[in-house]
Design a protein around this ligand. Structure first.
Ligand code: ADP
Ligand code: MG
Length: 688
C-alpha cells in the first residue's frame, strides 16, 4: 500500500512492478500515481447483464456466459488476416466469436473452456456473431467483461485492454492512500473520494457512475469557487482610482456618440459609472449579443476614465480584433478629444517604443491592443480602467493577475462578452463579477434569416453563395467541428476550400484554420474584411468577433456538431451591415434531439434564449469531453448539466465559508492542494 505522499511519485518509482506499463502511460500524459487515478474514462460499455445466447440482440454490445464447443484458426491469405473462430454454446442456443489476426486468442482459449464474453454482436445469416470480443474464464475476475467497462482516450502504443489492466492495478494500490479533503458533512451525501474514483473507473453498477462523477465534479467546482472566493476577499482590501464624472460631463460624453443609446445600453453604462466611482475596484462583465452595442458602452467608460485624469486600456484577444476596435473607437473618442493609441506586436520596433514611452510618461490616454502586448507593456502610471474584450479569453487566473498589476491602486476592469450565460451559471462561474446585460438590439436591425438544409441542397446553396458574390456580397463557409483533432479539422477545411475552388473557379476563396500561423490567419481575415475575397472557408477560429459588414451569408456544415451558443456566435458573423443576411445550417441529422436543437437556433435570434434552451436540452450523460466556449475549461464538471450547476452553487457556499475562516487555506492543506490540482487551465488563446 502506498503512503499519501507517494501518490505524487512517478509510477515507476512508486510501483516498480509496473515500470513497463509506466512508459505506455507516459504517452498519455500520465506520470504520477495521482495522474493515473484521475485519468477518467470518457464513456462506459455496460456489459453487466449476462444474456442467454438464444436471446442475443443484433447490433448491440452484450455479454454472455458460454462454453467453447470448438475453435479453429483460418490462416491469413493475401490481404486477409488470420482469423480465429470459436463456436460457443449454452443451454439456450449457440453463437460464434471471431477475432482477426489475434494470435493470443488461440493460446488462451480451448475447447471446453467456460468463458464470459463481451462485445458487439452482429447477425451473420442465421447466427449471432461476436466480433473481436473481450473474454475471460468464468470465475476469474476481469476488468473487461461482464461488468460496466470503462473506455478511455488512447494514444498509440496502448490498447484499451492494457490501459484498463494498468489502471486497475494502480487503483488497487493507490486508492488506500487517498485522504478525502472533505468531511462527511461537507460532502453532504456525495461519496467519499476514494470510492468515487473507484466507481468512476470500475463501477459496480452503471448507476454508481453518476454519483462518482458528481463527486469529482464537485471537487473541481470547489477548486474554482475557492479561487473566486479568495479573489473576492483579496479585492475587498484593495483601493481603486475613483473615476467620478459629474452629470454635465457624463451627458457630454453620451451626447458625443453618433446615436442615442438603447435602454439597455443606458442602464449598463449607468451601472459602470456607479461602480467606477467607488474606491473598490470594479469587476464587471458586460454581456450582449454581437452587435448589441457593447463597444459604445465601453467607449463611455474609457472616456470617463480619461476625463477623470486616468489612463485606460482595451485588450482584445487577437490582433485583428484589436485593430477593429481601434478603428471603431478612435473616431468616437476623438469626438471627445481623447486620443486612442494602437499597440500591436506587428508595429515597427521604433513605433512600439514610442508608445511604450508615452504610456510610461502617462501621455497615452487610451491604449488599444492585444492582451499579450498590453500585459508586457511598461506599467501605466495612472491606469484607471481596463476593458477586456471577449471574456472567455480572460480566465480566472488572468483576472487574479491583473489585480496584482497597476501601481496607483487597482484598475477597474470591464469585461465584454458576446457569449450569453444563463443567470444561474453566471452567478456560479463568474461569482466574483457583477454582470450587466444588453438584450435589446439597436433599432433598425433586420433579423438574420436562418434555415436548416440537408446535404442534397448543397448545389443550390452554393449557387446562392455565388449569386450573392455576384451582387458584391461575401460569405462564410464553416466546416464541421472535429473536437478531437484540430489537425483533422484543418484538413477538412483545406479540402473544402479546394473543392469550392474547383467548382467555382471565378470566385475568390480564402481559407483560415487553427493550424495556420497567426500572421497568415490574420492576413487572410483582414483581406476578407477588406472585400478582397468572396468566400472565406473557416473552422471555428472565426467565432470570435471579426466584423465584416459586407458578409451576408454564413453556411455551417454538419451544424448538429456545434453547441447552440457556438452556432449563435457563428451566425453573428453576418447581419452586421445593411444587407439582408442568411444563416444556413447544413445537417443530415434525423434524430429528434439534434433537430430540436437546431430548431432552437432557427427559431430565435436571442442569445440568452438560446443559451437557456441549450442548458435545457443537453442532459447528463454528456459529462465528459464537451468543449464549451465562454466558460472555464472544466474537466469533469459540465455547466450544461443542471445537476452540476446545483453542485456549483453548493461548492460556492462551502468555499465562502472555508475562505472566510481561513483565507489562505493554511489549515486546509488538502483543499489548497485540490485548488492547485484543479486550477482552471488558462486558455492558450490566439493572442499574437
Ligand atoms: P458589439 O460590440 O456589442 O458587438 P458594437 O458596439 O460594435 O456591438 O455595435 C454594433 C454596431 O451598432 C456598431 O456599428 C455601432 O455603431 C452600432 N450601434 C451601437 N449602439 C447603437 C445605438 N444605440 N443605435 C444605433 N446604432 C448603434
Ligand atoms: Mg464587439
Amino acid at each position: 500500500m502506498l503512503a499519501p505522499d507517494e501518490l505524487d511519485l512517478p509510477i515507476r518509482r512508486a510501483l516498480p512492478e509496473l515500470a513497463r506499463g509506466a512508459a505506455a502511460l507516459g504517452r498519455l500524459g500520465i506520470e504520477t500515481v495521482r495522474d493515473a487515478l484521475w485519468y477518467l474514462p470518457f464513456r462506459y460499455d455496460d456489459f453487466s447483464e449476462l444474456r442467454p445466447l438464444g436471446d442475443l440482440a443484433p447490433d448491440e454490445k452484450q455479454s454472455a456466459r458460454a462454453t467453447v464447443a470448438s475453435i479453429k484458426v483460418e490462416p491469413g491469405f493475401g490481404r486477409r488476416p488470420q482469423r480465429v473462430i470459436a463456436q460457443l454454446t449454452d443451454d439456450t442456443g449457440s453463437a460464434e466469436a471471431v477475432w482477426f489476426g489475434r494470435r493470443y486468442v488461440e493460446r488462451r482459449l480451448q475447447t471446453g473452456d467456460e468463458v464470459i464474453i463481451s462485445g458487439r454482436v452482429t447477425q451473420r445469416g442465421w447466427r449471432s456473431q461476436f466480433t473481436s470480443p473481450e473474454f475471460s474464464p468464468v470465475g476469474r475476475e476481469s476488468v473487461h467483461t461482464a461488468r460496466v467497462v470503462p473506455v478511455y482516450h488512447l494514444s498509440s502504443g496502448v490498447t484499451q485492454k492494457r490501459l484498463r489492466e494498468l489502471l486497475a492495478r494502480i487503483l488497487e494500490r493507490g486508492l488506500p492512500a487517498i485522504v478525502d479533503p472533505l468531511d462527511a458533512s461537507e460532502r453532504d451525501g456525495l461519496p467519499g473520494l476514494a470510492d468515487a474514483l473507484r466507481s468512476a473507473h470500475f463501477p459496480e453498477e452503471a448507476t454508481d457512475v453518476t454519483s462518482a462523477l458528481d463527486r469529482l465534479a464537485f471537487d473541481e467546482l470547489l477548486a474554482l469557487q475557492l479561487t473566486l472566493a479568495q479573489a473576492r476577499v483579496a479585492r475587498a482590501s484593495l483601493r481603486a482610482p475613483v473615476i467620478d464624472v459629474d452629470d454635465a460631463d457624463y451627458a457630454a460624453i453620451v451626447g458625443a456618440l453618433p446615436f442615442d443609446l438603447t435602454g439597455d445600453q443606458s442602464r449598463a453604462a449607468a451601472e459602470i459609472r456607479a461602480d467606477v466611482a467607488r474606491e473598490q475596484p470594479m469587476r464587471r462583465l458586460l454581456q450582449g449579443d454581437v452587435g448589441s452595442g457593447k463597444t459604445a458602452v465601453a467607449a463611455i467608460a474609457l472616456a470617463s476614465a480619461v476625463r477623470s485624469g486616468f489612463q485606460a486600456a482595451l485588450m482584445a484577444p487577437t490582433e485583428i480584433l484589436a485593430r477593429q476596435h481601434h478603428a471603431g473607437l478612435a473616431p468616437l473618442l476623438e469626438a471627445l478629444g481623447v486620443r486612442a493609441e494602437f499597440l500591436s506586436g506587428s508595429l515597427a520596433a521604433r513605433r512600439k517604443r514610442e508608445i511604450h514611452d508615452a504610456i510610461a510618461q502617462g501621455m497615452a490616454e487610451v491604449v488599444i491592443g492585444t492582451h499579450a502586448v498590453i500585459s508586457e507593456a511598461v506599467e501605466f502610471p495612472r491606469l484607471g480602467l481596463v476593458v477586456v474584450d471577449e471574456q472567455h479569453r480572460f480566465g480566472v487566473g488572468q483576472r487574479a493577475a491583473l489585480q496584482a498589476k497597476g501601481s496607483g491602486g487597482e484598475p477597474h476592469v470591464l469585461a465584454l462578452t458576446a457569449t450569453p450565460i444563463p443567470r444561474t451559471l453566471g452567478l456560479t462561474v463568474y461569482g466574483d463579477l457583477s454582470i450587466s446585460t444588453i438584450r435589446e438590439l439597436p433599432p433598425g436591425r433586420e433579423p438574420i434569416r436562418t434555415e436548416i438544409r440537408d446535404r442534397r441542397a448543397l448545389p443550390k446553396i452554393e449557387a446562392f453563395l455565388a449569386a450573392e458574390a455576384g451582387e458584391g456580397r461575401q460569405a462564410f463557409v464553416v466546416v464541421p467541428l472535429v473536437v478531437e483533432s484540430e489537425r483533422l479539422e484543418a484538413a477538412s477545411a483545406e479540402a473544402e476550400a479546394e473543392r469550392l475552388r474547383a467548382a467555382w473557379p471565378d470566385l475568390r476563396i480564402g481559407l483560415v484554420h487553427g493550424q495556420q500561423k497567426a500572421d497568415l490567419r490574420d492576413a487572410t481575415m483582414s483581406a476578407f474584411a477588406a472585400g478582397e475575397m468572396d468566400i472565406l472557408v473557416a473552422t471555428t477560429v472565426i467565432e470570435v468577433g471579426i466584423d465584416v459588414p459586407n458578409a451576408s451569408v454564413i453556411l455551417i456544415e454538419d451544424a448538429e456538431r456545434f453547441g447552440l451558443a457556438q452556432l449563435h456566435q457563428l451566425r453573428g458573423r453576418v447581419g452586421r451591415g445593411r444587407h439582408r443576411s442568411f444563416c444556413i445550417l447544413l445537417s443530415d441529422a434525423t434524430d429528434d434531439l439534434p433537430r430540436r436543437r437546431l430548431d432552437v437556433v432557427r427559431g430565435s435570434n436571442d442569445g440568452f434564449e438560446i443559451a437557456e434552451a441549450d442548458l435545457e436540452l443537453r442532459g447528463a450523460g454528456n459529462l465528459l469531453g464537451t468543449r464549451q466556449s465562454g466558460l472555464p475549461p472544466l474537466r469533469v464538471a459540465s455547466l450544461f448539466d443542471r445537476r452540476h450547476v446545483a453542485l456549483a452553487q453548493r461548492a460556492r457556499t462551502l468555499a465562502e465559508g472555508v475562505v472566510d475562516a481561513d483565507p489562505d487555506l493554511a489549515r486546509r492543506p488538502l483543499l489548497a492542494r485540490l485548488q492547485r490540482d484543479f486550477a482552471p487551465l488558462e486558455d492558450e488563446g490566439d493572442a499574437a
